[in-house]
Design a protein around this ligand. Structure first.
Ligand code: ADP
Length: 561
């Protein structure tokens, strides 16, 4: 919050209120999930809530957030008829747990505590275990000291430890991921994603209710049914990141514990203590598994995203390089119409000086000026569209006019090198893809062809650009030249990054071209022509899947090899 806008204490105040409310509701929930006559709940959320709040808040907020939890703690516990001394002691051990957990996380990971990498999840699980482990000694000592309940020290320690580990695994990830806004990155607010999320939630509810809450599917016959919610949890972790996964897991955990506490489902067979332990062990392992899976999936998604960005930057740089080579020709291309415009303006001026200027002729001159101006404008427009750096965008476009645009841009360069161009552009269906990237591929192939023909006599320099229907799966563009051809040993290496035989070559053109084509679901091949020279053939499917780019994976693979 910048100076002069909202008061700077407002976020802290609202965070404190949130902690108060969440801690209170968490305590209520924990009490509701207590197995009688067990004095300790199966899942005790308040500590996890406080821990999560400390995790997402800046260090200087910690004291106030802890203070904000105190009235909530008192309010919830004193209603339950617990002695005041016990209530205060529990607050101390709860705070110690939150401080140990959050402090450990902060020491181990730098930056935000997002659960989107294996490292962060490992640190988080470590924090959950360590905090519950250490603070449970204190907690059990307090309970024995005050003399509350009849359980012995180790029994207390064991059940508090497992209930608090489970609570941290269940509740804290939801708060951490949702508070850090990582849910926004899931782009869940499109109709199809919303529908998918709705089906997932429904599936989770039905599976969870069937297994854990419906008395019909009682205990005993259930070992297989127990895993009914697992596919939905896996679905969440594959598709909805840590935020979606943690929310899905919390739903299942609450259903399972509630069911067990009410004598339903697979965890209601034994004595309460055994039931509590069984449900805790089951949930802890499932929770760990899905959190780790979500992190791994997210990590991979992030690195694909980074690779994609890097590749787009690289593609852009190589476009800059190619167009850079063209500058002399492009300047010529623009100078020509400019010169014609000047000549026409001079002619008009002479006409105007005459007694009776020929208006029709003047009109023709103005018409010519307009046409030349548009010609120059076109060249600049083509160049700019190639040079712009922008997000990849998949759109329908006409391949033939895209190819024509490229040939127009390189036209002057081709004639400077005395290259004759033959084009055969077959009428084709609309292609879905990134037009600029496909143009970049064509541009690279054309420029390579020109380079390859430098050694042959000017009269034999011929470039053929053909678009055609390809067998069953789409369309193809071939660019063939009458140049040196490709030496036998080099055919394999053409598309490798940094393979070049040119003194000033970068060796990236074909590697990037292949990445682009493969990302469009197509393929690119090179062959030597019988009559001499090389032929590059690009096949593209007519209709790509909507996202068009099959992502950075293909792009990255193209680059590495
Ligand atoms: P660069 O053009 O910077 O060398 P490319 O990846 O575009 O990088 O090309 C790699 C190599 O492939 C070139 O150096 C050249 O040896 C070979 N090559 C590409 N196109 C042709 C062609 N049309 N004819 C012969 N060799 C070619």
């Amino acid at each position: 919050v910048g100076a002069g806008s909202a008061p700077h204490y407002l976020p802290l105040a609202s965070a404190s209120v949130l902690v108060f409310v969440a801690y209170y509701l968490g305590a209520k929930l924990g009490l509701a999930l207590t197995f009688e006559p067990h004095p300790i709940s199966v899942l005790w959320p308040p500590n996890a809530i406080l821990l999560a709040a400390l995790l997402v808040a800046p260090l200087r907020w910690w004291p106030l957030l802890i203070v904000a939890a105190l009235p909530a703690h008192l309010l919830a516990e004193l209603q339950g008829g617990v002695p005041a001394a016990m209530v205060v002691c529990w607050f101390l051990s709860n705070v110690s747990e939150a401080l140990i957990g959050a402090g450990f996380m902060r020491a181990v990971i730098r930056g935000r505590p997002d659960l989107d990498s294996l490292r962060n999840v490992a640190a988080f699980v470590g924090a959950a275990v360590l905090a519950a482990f250490l603070s449970s000694f204190l907690d059990s000592a307090f309970v024995r000291l005050v003399g509350w309940g009849t359980a012995d020290y180790w029994e207390l320690w064991r059940s508090r430890f497992s209930s608090n580990v489970l609570a941290t695994l269940t509740v804290a990830p939801v708060i951490v991921t949702w508070a850090s806004g990582s849910f926004a990155s899931l782009q869940v607010f499109t109709p199809t994603r919303l529908a998918e999320a709705a089906v997932l939630v429904l599936g989770l509810l039905v599976a969870g209710a069937l297994v854990f809450a419906v008395p019909v599917v009682g205990s005993g016959a259930l070992p297989a049914l127990l895993y009914l919610p697992v596919p939905f949890l896996l679905w969440a972790s594959l598709r909805f990141g840590a935020a979606g996964t943690s929310a899905a897991f919390m739903l299942v955990a609450l259903l399972a514990i509630w069911g067990a506490g009410h004598g339903r489902g697979p965890f209601a067979d034994g004595a309460p203590v055994e039931n509590a332990q069984a449900v805790q062990v089951f949930l802890t392992f499932v929770g760990l598994m899905v959190l780790v899976l979500a992190a791994v999936v997210q990590e991979r998604r992030n690195s694909e995203e980074r690779a994609k960005e890097a590749n787009e930057r690289l593609a852009h740089i190589s476009r800059l390089a190619v167009v850079g080579e063209l500058t002399a020709s492009i300047a010529h291309e623009i100078n020509q119409p400019l010169g014609a415009i000047l000549n026409n303006a001079d002619a008009a001026e002479i006409l105007l000086r005459s007694e009776d200027p020929h208006l029709d002729e003047l009109r023709n001159i103005i018409d010519d000026i307009r046409k030349d101006d548009m010609r120059a404008g076109e060249v600049i427009r083509h160049m700019r569209s190639l040079l712009r750096r922008r997000e990849l965008s998949v759109q329908p476009f006409d391949l033939n006019s895209a190819v024509e645009d490229v040939l127009h841009l390189v036209g002057a360069d081709l004639s400077r090198h005395s290259v004759t161009v033959e084009t055969v552009l077959t009428p084709l269906p609309i292609v879905h893809g990134d037009q600029i990237h496909i143009q970049q591929v064509v541009l690279n192939l054309v420029m390579n062809g020109v380079d390859a023909m430098k050694g042959v006599p000017p009269s034999r320099r011929r470039l053929e650009v053909v678009t055609a229907h390809a067998e069953d799966w789409g369309i193809e563009i071939t660019v063939s030249d009458t140049g040196s051809g490709i030496p036998a040993g080099q055919m394999e290496r053409l598309f490798q990054s940094f393979f070049t035989t040119k003194p000033d070559g970068m060796g990236l053109g074909l590697a990037i071209a292949r990445s682009i084509v493969e990302a469009h679901g197509g393929s690119i091949r090179a062959e030597n022509r019988r009559a001499g020279g090389a032929c590059f053939r690009v096949c593209l499917p007519v209709r790509n899947r909507k996202e068009g780019w099959r992502g950075a994976r293909t792009f990255a693979r193209g680059r590495r090899t």
